[in-house]
Design a protein around this ligand. Structure first.
Ligand SMILES: NC(=O)c1ccc[n+]([C@@H]2O[C@H](COP(=O)([O-])OP(=O)(O)OC[C@H]3O[C@@H](n4cnc5c(N)ncnc54)[C@H](O)[C@@H]3O)[C@@H](O)[C@H]2O)c1
Length: 311
């Protein structure tokens, strides 16, 4: 059994992670300011220590990480429109949050920090191929810049002070408990309400959708097996255009909705990379696992759980 601090643990990915950690018998502490509400299931919530606070508060991070074996640092401001409207808040949360996590981890001898980075740091460099961790990155937004900065900060903390860490570059994670900032819940709502499914631009932009259970499994294996300071993609290695996604969701929900192409809001410009599709080969070589849940299967699971009484 380990003692584990999860920042951002009340969010979409964090709440799934917390559930797994609790079910495996760990002592879990969650620090989250509830910017996005609380997605932790009630039975799980009763078994954790929850603190509603800001990760930018060093005294709290220091206190909560005492005797911890791991810190999963997942607290962040995200979502294309949210970040575009709040670039300073986005960067401040990333940079100050990471400094606090690193300082507290060093002070309290925490074994390892697992950091939620993003495939967004590849920006337009992902245009031609399935990206590996060592290609030239191209962060364009406040969010992606801060994530890349934090990866480098962790590398510095390892080289100067010996702090072990893993930065995990997530590729469009989806699953239950995700909110409507993201494309899949938005399309579900539109499909099930019989409203137009609104696809931005020409719909040919691609993404690599990675199912939540695969994402969590990868994080747990990386935390357990990898030493030093490393960066890993966690990608499904399957490329779908947003138009294909809309078609698939219309099909599995048996929706009468029309798929409509609309102009993307101007502020989305920097985020609209044409292609994003990753390689999980490095992950596979390190832990013997890579995500493989097919998009149709993952979407089916969400439909049969979250939307069971509406489909
Ligand atoms: N969902 C994805 O596809 C995706 C892709 C790449 C990277 N990520 C990263 O994974 C992590 C989790 O993302 P998610 O999808 O669960 O998002 P989310 O918004 O559901 O979760 C983020 C959590 O952080 C909390 N938070 C925000 N600011 C905070 C602050 N100042 N102090 C304390 N808590 C704060 C929020 O309340 C929320 O619960 C984030 O770091 C995100 O950048 C997610």
């Amino acid at each position: 059994m380990s003692k584990i601090l999860v920042t951002g643990g009340a969010g979409f990915i964090g709440s799934h992670l917390v559930k797994h950690l609790v079910n495996a018998g760990n002592e879990v502490v969650v620090l989250d300011n509830l910017l996005r509400g609380n997605k932790i299931e009630r039975e799980v919530f009763e078994k954790i220590q929850f603190v509603k606070e800001d990760v930018r508060n060093f005294e709290i991070v220091k206190k909560l990480s005492q005797q911890c074996d791991y810190i999963y640092h997942f607290a962040a401001v995200l979502g294309v429109d949210v970040v575009a409207d709040n670039p300073v808040e986005t960067m401040d949360t990333e940079v100050i949050g990471m400094k606090n996590v690193v300082d507290a981890a060093l002070l309290n001898n925490v074994g390892k920090v697992i950091y939620a980075s993003t495939s967004g740091i590849y920006g337009h460099s992902a245009i031609e191929k399935s990206v590996t961790e060592n290609i030239q990155v191209d962060p364009r937004t406040s969010y992606a810049m801060a994530k890349r900065y934090n990866e480098i900060y962790l590398k510095a903390a390892y080289e100067e002070k010996g702090l072990n860490s893993i930065s995990v570059r997530f590729f469009n994670v989806y699953g239950t408990a995700q909110d409507n900032r993201m494309v899949i819940p938005r399309f579900f709502e539109q499909c099930l309400a019989g409203e137009p499914i609104t696809v931005f631009g020409n719909g040919r932009q691609t993404r690599d959708f990675t199912y939540i259970d695969d994402t969590i499994k990868a994080c747990l294996l990386l935390a357990d097996k990898v030493k030093g300071c490393e960066i890993f993609n966690v990608a499904n290695e399957n490329e779908f255009s947003i138009y294909e996604l809309a078609k698939l969701m219309k099909e599995i929900t048996h929706s009468s909705s029309e798929i409509v192409l609309v102009d993307a809001p101007k502020k989305r410009y920097d985020y609209e990379v044409e292609r994003r599709f990753g390689s999980s080969q490095k992950l596979f070589e390190a832990v013997g696992f890579k995500p493989s849940t097919h998009l149709k299967e993952g979407l089916g699971h969400i439909l049969n759980t979250t939307y069971a009484n509406r489909s």
